[in-house]
Design a protein around this ligand. Structure first.
Ligand code: HEC
Ligand code: HEC
Ligand code: HEC
Ligand code: HEC
Length: 490
């Protein structure tokens, strides 16, 4: 790092002062003025107007053109379609909601609104989908159990008091009403921390766990008929604090039928899934985690509001907030920091393309093998089994990095490690399938036609189509050696 010698003492001093709690003087806390059991942020806002007004701003579009890879709900009002950004994912996810409509996030204000507006295939599991959205999830689960969890999504929404039906992450999710100390409001996180064996939580850790309530991966447990069986769970059984690896997550997810959530159309494989593993990726030995930095440090910096310093509650991409949060610790210019973020993300996107297209090719070969098998060809089952196992390993790694929200920034070296392995697993699966097909006399062309148009167009109730201008192509131009545009078939 440039200026290493000068920055470290400053950073260390600032980090220590954060941990010691001597950050800029916050707004005075008025204990006891928010009623017990008060869910409505408007009521909390009567006591803490600055934070309330800041929180309301997650509704507003953010400046366009500042983020390269996390565009969406900016002043250009474009909703970015992840399947168009990464066209290979339309083939990989085809078979359930994520392959129909999958958008870049907008902001906390839209957490429930987006669920109501998205293709209904995405909220098919029902009430359980409100786990990472509504502050009422915990109390409704306690009160109605499966009647709420497996209720049709609209019916579950109807169990929330009318004026709060569109309220996403709320004060009560992160704060105790009595003294405004940080807390959490999700039973799945409590169960998760027990799996990790984590007990004492420092203030700095609480500033991360407030976000880890929702920015973690989970599965919706199923019965043998793939029907919802309970509240969401975290696949953390094999892990420990600061070390939730993709290897451990995969081990957990592949243990039994309860984690199998959908069937991939092209291959017919029954599969688990991974959603927004922001906390897992960040906390696995990233430079910032090791330095004691929290999610709130970068996404909720202090700022002035009248005579007070407040915590920014308009949570968004630091790039869209001009990297003000970073300058609490870094002396480099915003331009330099932005350049570093982009350099990390460009490399992640390049490898994500490589891994995604390699897996997409293997997917098509499985289709071919299945067609030959159905026509009576004798398939080498040892090769097939090995190829399938490698494919699953690759697939889950691709979803892991693809669903993580920072395009690699939260943990640059880990993201690249995981993608490197995804590429190796995919390519080995492809090699085994080619060998298998050669044995039954089926010739496979060098570049496999992925026929992505079939999966990208005419999706769901809105008949969504591929948006070519949103595609995130390999910034280094290497992908064309392996997948030409013609081979993409879009
Ligand atoms: C109760 C669940 C919940 C909690 C708690 C939560 N988030 Fe979110 N967050 C979401 C959901 C859901 C979305 C996507 C909303 C949408 O686009 O519909 C989101 C989106 C975001 C975004 C994208 C915003 C944008 O402008 O595109 C950021 C950044 C973010 N969260 C950071 C955080 C941080 C940092 C914390 C902790 C201080 C946190 N979140 C706590 C559920 C939560
Ligand atoms: C060192 C600073 C830093 C820390 C710590 C950090 N983030 Fe981020 N986060 C970023 C940057 C930079 C991006 C990339 C934003 C972009 O590309 O526009 C990002 C992106 C995101 C996004 C997507 C934003 C969007 O607009 O779609 C979410 C969600 C998010 N972070 C959540 C978290 C959570 C949860 C944690 C803690 C587990 C966390 N972040 C820790 C810096 C940080
Ligand atoms: C996603 C989690 C989250 C939500 C939702 C949230 N806050 Fe906070 N809030 C924080 C964090 C993190 C801090 C910093 C606390 C710390 O460092 O101890 C904070 C700090 C505060 C403080 C202390 C003073 C300050 O500004 O630092 C007040 C008061 C506050 N929030 C009020 C509110 C109100 C009112 C709402 C609802 C309108 C709300 N918060 C919603 C996470 C959240
Ligand atoms: C609370 C303090 C703190 C905040 C806030 C913070 N950083 Fe850092 N950052 C550090 C420390 C400490 C290191 C390690 C320094 C070193 O080893 O040179 C670091 C290292 C880095 C590195 C080099 C290592 C890597 O992971 O690539 C980059 C790039 C970086 N920070 C960017 C950012 C950006 C961008 C933001 C804002 C979104 C940010 N940081 C916010 C403390 C912070």
């Amino acid at each position: 790092m440039k200026q290493h010698g000068t920055i470290m003492p400053i950073i260390t001093a600032i980090c220590i002062s954060f941990i010691a709690g001597c950050a800029p003087k916050p707004q005075p806390i008025t204990a006891g003025l928010v009623k017990d059991g008060e869910f409505d942020p408007k009521e909390w806002g009567k006591v803490y107007p600055h934070e309330y007004e800041s929180w309301l701003k997650t509704k507003e579009p953010k400046p366009a053109g500042k983020s390269r890879y996390k565009r969406g709900w900016d002043t250009d009002k474009i909703v970015y379609d992840k399947l168009s950004e990464y066209p290979f994912s339309a083939l990989l996810y085809n078979g359930w909601g994520f392959g129909v409509e999958y958008n870049e996030p907008r902001g906390h204000h839209y957490a429930i609104i987006d669920q109501v507006e998205i293709d209904p295939s995405r909220t098919k599991p029902g009430g359980v989908c409100l786990a990472c959205k509504s502050p009422y999830h915990k109390s409704l689960t306690e009160k109605h159990k499966m009647k709420y969890l497996s209720a049709k999504f609209k019916d579950a929404l109807g169990m929330i008091p009318a004026k709060m039906r569109e309220t996403g992450p709320a004060c009560v999710d992160c704060h105790k009403n009595t003294d405004m100390e940080l807390t959490t409001n999700k039973e799945h996180l409590k169960r998760g921390l027990e799996m990790l064996g984590k007990k004492d939580i420092s203030r700095q850790e609480a500033r991360t766990l407030a976000c880890a309530q929702c920015h973690v991966t989970y599965y919706v447990p199923r019965d043998r008929k793939m029907k919802v069986a309970s509240d969401v769970n975290l696949p953390w059984t094999e892990s420990s604090w600061g070390d939730i690896s993709i290897e451990n997550i995969i081990k957990d997810l592949l243990t039994d039928y309860r984690r199998v959530e959908w069937k991939q159309k092209a291959t017919g494989f029954a599969m688990p899934y991974i959603r927004h593993p922001d906390f897992e990726m960040f906390s696995r030995q990233s430079v910032h985690w090791q330095a004691g930095v929290s999610c709130a440090d970068c996404h909720m910096p202090y700022r002035r509001a009248g005579a007070n310093n407040i915590t920014e509650h308009n949570v968004t991409s630091p790039l869209k907030a001009d990297l003000r949060a970073c300058s609490q610790c870094h002396t480099e210019s915003a331009t330099w920091l932005r350049g570093q973020v982009f350099a990390i993300q460009d490399r992640t996107v390049s490898l994500l393309n490589r891994a995604g297209y390699a897996a997409a090719g293997a997917t098509r070969l499985f289709e071919l093998v299945h067609a030959r098998r159905d026509a009576g060809a004798a398939i080498d089952s040892a090769l097939y089994k090995k190829a399938k196992s490698h494919y699953m390993q690759a697939f889950l790694r691709i979803v892991f990095v693809g669903a993580e929200n920072s395009t690699g920034f939260h943990n640059p070296s880990e993201a690249k490690r995981v993608l490197g392995d995804a590429i190796a697993f995919s390519c080995r699966a492809e090699a085994l399938l080619r060998q298998l097909l050669a044995k039954i006399g089926t010739d496979v062309p060098d570049m496999i036609n992925l026929e992505l148009a079939k999966y990208l167009n005419n999706r769901g109730e809105k008949k969504l189509n591929f948006k070519r201008d949103q595609e995130l192509r390999d910034p280094f131009g290497i992908q064309k050696y392996f997948t030409s545009d013609a081979a993409k078939g879009y």
